[in-house]
Structures are given as structure tokens and as C-alpha cells.
Design a protein around this ligand. Structure first.
Ligand code: ADP
Length: 923
């Protein structure tokens, strides 16, 4: 770039000469012939150098120079004086006016050129240096960076302003001599050691270095500092004692980084920590460490009294020192109205401006601990404050909105995590309740997923369906549904998933379920959707078998009743005792063949209608029974006779039940009358024919005994004396005749025994059945031995009986047990005794014989009924008939239980105390 030079001279000759010299060198020239002209030219455009003559009219060179120097923009333009004045005074004045050089006239062109060149170069260098300095200052400002030079021996330090700004110091606080030590005092105590060690290294080595540390500024703010430096020597000094470098405030940058870390740590820990106390503890500790605060504490909202109470959750930087404070703070409570509801801070805690009353209470503690700052952070769930974190610090709390915003953000985050936790806990609790309900339910429950697979069942389910848990889980629900319903179930399931709600399944349909063994049973099922997203549905299954059975039984009994009513053999009546009305159902009129005259008046008197017709002898009986029913018995059960309108006799059974009110008074009686005439007539006829049969049997067997005796004795003679003379066939026929007559003898004896049971029975007495059975066993010794029978007799009891007849019963049952044996098996008979209902002795004969088919269970007790031929097993078919008759004479009963082909069990039930016992004993 060409430099421009302004030549100021009133002598045109001089201008010409100078112009000649300078033009050759390529400078751009401007001219002025007076001081005035020069100033105007400079104002128009700044030259790089001015050549100024001293001796000029009006305004001389000195004055012109002074004026140029006063022009701010031209201040730096070098002015070289040209003058014929050669005295020193003139030269001094020129320099005082601001000139940089003085060239005496007449001048030598080479000298002038050399001087001009030098001044132009100097001026350029100076400008460059100024620009650099300005740039550095700007850079310091922008980068929060201060520069320094530090003498490691004397600790003297030169520094830029920015450096003292970083420490929040005032210029007046420091000098070059004390700034180093002053700055050291602000270093964060946790970083002190690190910095010390570093300084020691710096003093010893010459390597360039960098270091990061924290400071708490004069105003109490935490700052992160980046420092660098390298050792060298300053001009004029020999030793490498000077460390030159920068100090940069990287707090913003660091804080962002730390804030992110803090947030992540807090949220992570708060989410994952299961114990809420530990979660808060971590938050307190983390925030205190981050902020450099000393105490952190939590107040928790207590639903029961709508108060915030001091929780035993603390962070104490120095537990020993803060022990008292903790103690005094332990029981503090306050309500939400005490809360400002936003983050509150107090910079001047000791004095005015505490944020709760409680803090006032702790004022003394705080003062003695020299805690100055207090800070509260509310944690809100659904706009409701659930906890307050309070902090105390030694320094005044930060006044930086970004920190407050940060903590506010922490509060919000923790609140939303807490909300999620509460929600999660609620879900977990609900799940637990559901689980308990399912397990403890008294009915089976099954949960299926969208694919109709069983995902859960309860114990009742396994019990009812007879599955093990493991074999049913994962199976399709179809396993418990009868095959014929599978298709329908599929379509119903998909439509249910479209709009799942609680409802009963298959309304109006008969549902049934399938047990593991394939048995079906009727059920009712109610469905509850559990999770919409997973499509799980809970089915509660109610086994309604017994209800169905009861319903059916009820229906059957209704049907029976209806049949009975329709058959005309049964009449229904209803007596309102309080009102004195006796209502007859139509069936009653029909039963007694009495016309229902007044249909409009259903209330008719029992006495009027029926009483006159009752047989005189029975009236007393009826009245007595009615009285008893209305008194203590509460049931009526009698039979009486009635003369029907056609004069015929009718047997009637009346059965009824009385209802009583709270005072024990009878208020209503409902009953039925049953026409028993047919049954009683049949029974009477049967009894008559039995009696006749018995008499016949008795007479016949008695009278047959005599001729039979004659036949058998003659047969004996023939057998003894004449058999030898008979041919083989004759001997065979003889044997058959003897056999037949023996059988006839047995038959007649049996028949006689049968007909004598009632006739010739002896007295009842107390008899030990153990003795009786022993007699029987002794008598049957031959039979037992022949058949190699094994007889096991348990402890029997004592009963009232006719011992002779009872022996007969035992003999028959034992003999049958041995006789009806399977071909290749040895007979085994077990005799035992059981007491039932306190009053019934059951004597049981159990064998391992051929057994009896169920359809013959009744028939075998009838007279002459046999299930086998004589060839298979001999017998008369009277044994069990005799047995039954004897047992019935003892007011007992006999029955058989048997599995065909496996054995039989005859059970004789005898009352331990007989009705009319004394009579029997005396008879
Ligand atoms: P019988 O004189 O024929 O033995 P019972 O009256 O004693 O006459 O028995 C009637 C029928 O009952 C027998 O013919 C026999 O078929 C059957 N019976 C009786 N006791 C037994 C038993 N313990 N095991 C199998 N069948 C029996």
C-alpha cells in the first residue's frame, strides 16, 4: 500500500524540491501552504505522515502541530518538522509540540527519505500493537478470561481486569503484591489440596500446564475455573521466574454439564430407590454437595392431620456439629397455609425474612451455627405439596435465577416420579388385593388371555376340576368346556373382546363345565375384564349342581304332589288358627266327595264338613293328635276313618305342620289328607293271607311229619335189609328216594320253623351275642372243617332277644357264607358288630363268596326264593325268609350289600333297647 504524505510549507520552491525527492519513491503527496490549509486537508483525509515547516505566516509550525495533536483521529499521525532554525531551543519546542523528528534545512535528500521511512514504519508498528491489545481485551471479555504473569519466587503478579472480575473483587481490594494470596483464599476447600500440589509442581518444572478448580467468590458464588500457564523470563531478568497464562471462568459450561448430571442422578436414583426415605436422603445429599450447602432436611405431608411433620431424613455435612439442631427440629410441624407454596429463600436469614415460623423457632440454633441461608423446595403431586425439602447453608444462598430454576425443575421432576410411584404402588396394591381375592375365593376362578389360554387359576378351581395347577396352566380354556359348546364359545369370545365388561356368560343358556375325568356339571359363569391391553378376562365359575338338583327335586315333588292331587287321593288344607278359618283346596272336596256348594266363600269349617263323618271311635284320637300338634309336637301324623257320603268306609292319613309366632303361639297349620283305603285294605288282605298261609304251613308241615316219618323208617329198613338184592339201577333209584325224602324232611322242618317263629317264640332276654356266636361256631364245626373255612369273629355286643331264634339267624347267615362259595377258593367269613345312632346294633356277616346281583337283593329274603339249582348249591329257599322274620320280630331289619362275584355282606340291624321292652321281658 502506498503511504500518503502531507507537505506543509509556504515556500513553493521547497515544495517542489521535496515533491521531486518523494515522488520518485512512490509516495502519494498532498500539499498545504499554510497551517490552516494543512488542518483542513487532514480533516478531509488522514495522511500517514506530515512534513511540517516551522516558519510560516499567520500560524507557525508549532501551533499547527499542537492543533493536529488535539484532533483525536490525527493524534497518532507522525509529524516531522522541517526548518532552517538549527538552535536547540527550536528543536525542543518542536518535540514539545508533538513532533517526532526535526530535519534541518538545507537537507540532504537521502537523510530526509531515511527519516520518513523510519517514522512511517514506527507508526505502523504502533498501530498494530494497539490493535492487538484491543483485540486481546475484547477476547478476555468474551471468553470470561483473565490474563496474568506471576512471579513464582516473589508471588508478585500482574493481571488483567478480567481476572479480578472473575473473583468478584474490586480493583481497590488488590495490588500486584497481594493479589496472588487473596485469590488463593477463594479456592473451594475441596480443591485446596489439589491446587497446592499443583503450584508446587509449577514452581519446580517449566512445562506448560492446565488446571481446573472451583472457587467460592467474594460474593459467595461457586465458580468453576480453568487456568493455564507456562514459565518463561521477563525482559531484563535472567531467571525463568515468570509464569504467564490465563484464568478462565468456565462455570456456565461446567454448570450445564453438572446440572445435567445432577438431574440424571436425582431422577435415576429417585425412580429406582425403593425406600422413599433413602430416596429423599440421596436427594438431600446430592443437592447439598452440588450447591455447597450444609444441612438438608425433609418435611412430609401427613394425611391424617393435614400437617407437614419433620421426617427423620437428613443430610448433615457435619453430623457432630448439627446434632442439636437436628434434635430441636425433630418434632416441628406446620400446615400448608404456612407455606408460601413456591421456592422461598432468605439471604438474610439471621434477622428478618425467615420463610416459616418454624425457622424462627430454630433461629438461635441457626445463629449459633452461623447458618445464614435457608431455602425450601416444595415437591408437588397433582398440585398438592407432599414434601418440602429445606436446606441451610453457611454462605448466603445463591441469587442466581438459573439455580432457582434448576431446583424448581428438580422439585417438579421428583413430584412427577413420586406420582408415578404412587400410581405404581396403587396398581401393585390393587393387584395384591385381587390376588388375595382370587386365592381366597370360595368358588373357582380362572383367568384367560386374549388367546383363550389359561394364565391363572385358584385352589378351588383345581379342587373342583381335579387338575394339578401345572397341567392346566397354558392350556386353552376349551379343556373345561364340553365339545358341543366349543364352536359357540369361540364366536362369543371374539365378540366379548370387542366390548369387554362385567357380565354373566350365556344368559338364558344352560352352561356346563367339564372335569378332568370327563364329568359334566351345570355352572353359572360371570366374566370380568381385567386388562384391556392384554385382553385378560377373569371368569368366576359357580357350580350349580346342588341348586339344579334341589330345583329338580322340588319340581319332582311338585309333580308328585300334583299327581297325587290329580289322582284324587290327596287333599290339601290350610288352617289360619288366628283367624279361625279353615281353607280347603278343591282336592279336599274331591277326596271326600263333598260338593263345594259355595264357591264364593272358600272358608269352610273343618268341623262342619268333616267332623260329623269321622268314626266315633276315632274322634277322640283326632282331637288328641291335633292338640298335641298345636302344643309341642308341631307336626300332625295320624290315621282315622271316615264314613263317606255313599256310606263306604275310608281310611285317611292326615299329615300337617304347625307354624308358631315369636311368642310360641300357633298361628297356622298346613297339611294334607291322604286316602289310604286301598293300601290299608291290601295290607289287611295280605296279613290275612299270610296268617292263613302260616296256619296252613304249620298244619301241613305238622301233619306231613308223621307220614314222612313212616316213609323214612320203611326206607331205612329197605336200605338196610334189601339193597343187596337189588340191581344197580334199583340201588341208584333207592338212593334218589332216600335223598328226596331227606330233603323233604328238611323242607318240612324249615317250614315248621318258619311258621313257629311268632307262634312258639320264647321270651326276650338280655343275651351276649359273643356267647351265642360261639355256640353257633361249635355246632358248625364239622361244616367249617369240611370246607376249610376261615372264620373271623370280632367283639359283639349284648342285645335284648330271643336267644334261640337269634342263634338260628346266626346259623343261617354263617352257613350261607360258607355254602355260597366260589369253586376254587376257600371260604372266609368275617363277623363283626357296629353300634349306630347310639341305639342300633349292626351285626355284619361278610363273606368272599359268589356274591349276588343287585336286582336280587330283595328277592332272596322271600320265602322259597332261590338263585341257584339244587345241583349247584342245595337248599330250601327258606333260610333267609326265616332270618328276616326273626329279625323283624325283634323290631330289626336285614339287608344285603354285595358285588357279584366278589362276596356279600349281610347286615342285621337290631335295636339295643326294644319298645315295650318290659312287656317282652315279662311275657
Ligand atoms: P337256601 O336254602 O337256598 O340257602 P336262603 O333263603 O338261605 O335259601 O337263600 C336264598 C338264596 O339267596 C340262595 O339260594 C342263594 O342263591 C342266595 N344266598 C343266600 N346267602 C348267600 C350268600 N352268602 N352268598 C351268595 N348268595 C347267597
Amino acid at each position: 500500500m502506498t503511504n500518503s504524505i502531507l507537505i506543509v510549507d509556504d515556500n513553493p520552491e521547497n515544495l517542489k524540491v521535496l515533491s521531486g525527492i518523494l515522488k520518485k519513491e512512490g509516495y502519494k503527496l498532498r500539499y498545504a501552504t499554510s497551517g490552516e490549509q494543512a488542518l483542513t486537508s487532514i480533516k478531509e483525509s488522514l495522511p500517514d505522515l506530515i512534513l511540517l515547516d516551522i516558519m510560516m505566516p499567520d500560524m507557525d509550525g508549532y501551533e499547527t502541530c499542537l492543533k493536529i495533536k488535539q484532533m483525536h483521529e490525527a493524534n497518532d499521525v507522525p509529524v516531522v518538522f522541517l526548518s532552517a532554525l538549527s538552535e536547540t531551543v527550536s528543536k525542543v519546542r518542536a518535540f514539545e509540540a508533538g513532533g517526532v523528528d526535526f530535519v534541518e534545512k538545507p537537507f540532504h535528500s537521502v537523510e530526509v527519505l531515511a527519516r520518513i521511512k523510519t517514522h512511517l514504519a514506527l507508526s505502523k508498528a504502533k498501530r498494530k500493537q494497539e490493535e492487538n491489545a484491543k483485540r486481546l481485551a475484547d477476547a478476555e471479555k468474551v471468553s470470561n478470561m483473565g490474563t496474568y504473569s506471576w512471579n513464582v519466587e516473589t508471588n508478585k503478579m500482574t493481571y488483567s481486569n478480567r481476572l479480578i472480575e472473575v473473583f468478584e473483587l474490586e480493583e481497590s481490594h488488590v495490588t500486584q503484591d497481594n493479589i496472588f494470596d487473596t485469590c488463593l483464599k477463594f479456592i473451594h476447600e475441596e480443591d485446596l489440596q489439589k491446587v497446592d500440589l499443583h503450584l508446587k509442581n509449577v514452581r519446580e518444572s517449566s512445562e506448560p500446564w492446565v488446571l481446573e478448580f472451583r472457587i467460592i467468590t467474594r460474593l459467595g458464588n461457586l465458580k468453576y475455573i480453568f487456568a493455564s500457564g507456562s514459565k518463561g523470563q521477563l525482559m531484563g531478568e535472567k531467571k525463568n521466574n515468570w509464569v504467564t497464562g490465563i484464568i478462565q471462568d468456565v462455570t456456565k459450561f461446567k454448570q450445564n454439564e453438572e446440572v445435567i448430571k445432577l438431574m440424571v442422578d436425582l431422577t435415576d436414583n429417585f425412580t429406582e430407590e425403593e425406600s422413599i426415605e433413602r430416596a429423599y436422603e440421596y436427594v438431600l445429599q446430592r443437592i447439598c454437595r452440588f450447591m455447597g450447602w450444609s444441612i438438608g432436611h425433609v418435611f412430609l405431608y401427613d394425611n391424617s392431620d393435614d400437617q407437614f411433620s419433620s421426617a427423620d431424613i437428613w443430610y448433615l455435612q457435619d453430623p457432630g456439629a448439627y446434632k442439636n439442631f437436628k434434635h430441636n427440629h425433630a418434632k416441628v410441624t406446620f400446615s400448608e397455609s404456612d407455606l408460601p407454596g413456591v421456592i422461598t429463600r432468605s439471604e438474610t436469614f439471621v434477622g428478618e425474612g425467615s420463610f416459616f415460623d418454624i425457622e424462627k423457632k430454630s433461629k438461635n440454633d441457626l445463629r449459633s451455627l452461623r447458618l445464614k441461608g435457608v431455602y425450601a423446595l416444595p415437591i408437588k403431586v397433582n398440585k398438592k405439596v407432599v414434601a418440602i425439602l429445606e436446606f441451610f447453608a453457611h454462605q448466603i444462598m445463591v441469587n442466581d435465577d438459573s439455580v432457582l430454576n434448576l431446583l424448581n425443575e428438580v422439585g417438579t421432576r421428583l413430584g412427577s416420579i413420586l406420582k408415578q410411584k404412587l400410581l405404581y404402588n396403587e396398581i401393585r396394591e390393587n393387584e395384591a388385593i385381587q390376588e388375595r381375592m382370587i386365592t381366597s375365593a370360595s368358588y373357582p376362578i380362572v383367568i384367560v388371555n386374549r388367546n383363550s389360554e389359561i394364565v391363572k387359576i385358584n385352589k378351588r378351581f383345581t379342587e373342583l376340576f381335579d387338575y394339578e395347577i401345572n397341567e392346566i396352566l397354558g392350556q386353552r380354556i376349551d379343556v373345561i368346556i364340553p365339545r358341543r359348546h366349543h364352536h359357540n364359545h369361540g364366536t362369543h369370545t371374539s365378540s366379548y373382546h370387542k366390548s369387554p365388561k362385567i357380565r354373566n356368560m350365556g344368559i338364558g343358556m344352560e352352561l356346563s363345565a367339564l372335569k378332568k375325568d370327563g364329568t359334566e356339571f351345570p355352572v353359572e359363569i360371570s366374566l370380568t375384564p381385567l386388562s384391556h391391553s392384554e385382553g385378560t378376562v377373569m371368569a368366576s365359575i359357580y357350580d350349580i349342581s346342588s341348586r339344579k338338583k334341589a330345583e329338580e327335586e322340588l319340581k319332582e315333588s311338585h309333580d308328585r304332589l300334583r299327581l297325587a292331587v290329580e289322582s284324587g287321593k290327596l287333599g290339601v288344607w290350610d288352617w289360619d288358627i288366628k283367624k279361625g278359618t279353615f281353607v280347603w283346596d278343591d282336592s279336599m272336596y274331591f277326596l271326600y266327595d263333598i260338593p263345594k256348594k259355595n264357591h264364593d266363600q272358600p272358608f269352610v269349617s273343618f268341623h262342619k264338613l268333616l267332623h260329623p263323618n269321622i268314626y266315633l271311635e276315632d274322634i277322640e284320637k283326632v282331637n288328641k293328635a291335633m292338640k298335641a300338634a298345636l302344643g309341642f309336637d308341631d307336626v300332625l301324623d295320624i290315621t282315622f276313618r271316615v264314613a263317606k257320603s255313599n256310606g263306604k268306609l275310608m281310611f285317611v292319613a292326615a299329615k300337617g305342620r304347625v307354624k308358631f309366632n315369636g311368642k310360641g303361639e300357633p298361628i297356622r297349620m298346613i297339611g294334607v289328607n291322604i286316602d289310604l283305603t286301598g293300601e290299608i285294605e291290601i295290607k289287611q288282605a295280605l296279613e290275612k293271607s299270610n296268617k292263613e298261609l302260616e296256619s296252613f304251613a304249620y298244619i301241613a308241615s305238622h301233619d306231613l311229619q308223621e307220614p314222612l316219618r313212616v316213609i323214612t323208617s320203611y326206607l331205612q329198613i329197605i336200605e338196610d335189609k334189601y339193597t343187596n338184592g337189588l340191581e344197580e339201577r334199583g340201588v341208584y333209584l333207592m338212593k334218589r328216594i332216600v335223598g328226596a325224602s331227606n330233603r323233604m324232611k328238611t323242607l318240612i322242618n324249615d317250614l315248621l320253623a318258619y311258621s313257629r317263629i311268632d307262634r312258639r317264640g320264647s321270651n326276650f332276654e338280655k343275651a351276649d351275642l359273643n356267647v351265642l356266636i360261639n355256640d353257633v361256631l361249635t355246632d358248625s364245626e364239622v361244616l367249617i372243617n369240611e370246607n376249610k373255612a376261615e372264620i373271623e369273629v370280632g367283639e359283639l355286643c349284648t342285645v335284648f332277644c330271643d336267644p334261640g331264634q337269634m342263634r338260628q339267624v346266626f346259623m343261617n347267615l354263617l352257613n350261607n357264607g360258607i355254602k355260597y362259595q366260589k369253586p376254587h377258593e376257600l371260604p372266609r367269613v368275617k363277623i363283626s358288630c357296629k353300634i349306630r345312632d347310639n341305639n342300633i346294633a349292626e351285626i355284619i356277616f361278610e363273606d368272599n363268596g359268589v356274591g349276588i346281583k343287585p336286582e336280587f337283593f330283595d328277592r332272596i329274603f322271600e320265602i322259597f326264593q332261590r338263585l341257584h339249582t339244587q345241583e349247584e348249591y342245595g337248599g330250601t329257599g327258606l333260610g333267609l325268609a326265616i332270618t328276616k322274620k326273626i329279625v323283624e320280630r325283634h323290631q330289626g331289619s336285614i339287608k344285603v350289600e354285595s358285588k357279584y362275584g366278589e362276596g356279600s355282606k349281610f347286615i342285621v340291624a337290631l335295636p339295643l333297647t326294644l319298645v315295650n321292652e318290659e312287656n317282652n321281658e315279662n311275657n
